[in-house]
Design a protein around this ligand. Structure first.
Ligand code: FMN
Length: 197
């Protein structure tokens, strides 16, 4: 699958079958997270792998009772040593720490898609509750939970805005791409010629 199709094929999966993810596949997905780009290569991302059902159930409750979460074969709780980033980039540290973990998360979701594994990025959770369940120390932040598992009912694609509603060229608000505009004009002229107008 080419990379754009892979990106377009990723779905947030919230219903999983009982099929387990092999350790080989899981470690490849984690490896994709490790190789994400990272501001200053400071490496603030940490990953807690949870396979134990009872713990998954507790995590599902801590994720504002999203009960479907415990059906996933594996959960990866994505944490951040944000202080290490703030030491280097005081003002921007917080933002970079989040961007670093987000890049790792997206890498893992895409890698999972490539293996035919469904996933969901989960951001709705009580950080305090998750910290208690996983014995995470005070200075570490939790940025996300990722659910991973196989599904027999892949969801339909969700909507995305049209390119021309979210993209500008050369300056804010300019929707005309000067590389494409002459081409559009050429096509319009051709259409007018064909239609005899
Ligand atoms: C930061 C973030 C937080 C999210 N939190 C949740 C969540 O708590 N529960 C959930 O079911 N989906 C969550 N999602 C998934 C989004 O709902 C989903 O990506 C969006 O609806 C688009 O659907 P798609 O991923 O299938 O393309 C989250 C996604 C992101 C990026």
């Amino acid at each position: 699958m080419d990379i754009l199709n892979l990106i377009k094929n990723r779905r947030s999966v919230r219903k999983y079958s009982s099929k387990k993810i092999s350790d080989e596949v899981l470690y490849s997905i984690l490896e994709a997270g490790r190789w994400a780009p990272c501001a200053g290569n400071i490496q603030n991302s940490r990953f807690i792998v949870v396979r134990d059902f009872e713990k998954k159930r507790q995590i599902a409750n801590a994720c504002l009772e999203q009960e479907w979460i415990d059906e996933a074969s594996v959960l990866v709780v994505v944490c951040s040593d944000t202080e290490s980033v703030k030491k280097h980039y005081s003002k921007k540290g917080k933002m970079y720490a989040i961007q670093n973990t987000s890049a790792a998360i997206e890498n893992m979701l895409l890698c999972a898609t490539g293996f035919g594994v469904g996933s969901c990025w989960i951001g709705a959770f009580s950080e305090n509750e998750l910290k208690d369940i996983l014995e995470i120390t005070d200075e570490i932040e939790i940025h996300a939970v990722i659910s991973l598992g196989y599904t027999e009912s892949p969801p339909l694609p969700t909507n995305r805005p049209q390119q021309n509603t979210i993209m500008f060229f050369e300056k804010w608000g300019n929707k005309i791409d000067k590389n494409i505009a002459p081409l559009n004009e050429k096509i319009k002229k051709k259409v007018r010629r064909v239609l005899g107008r």
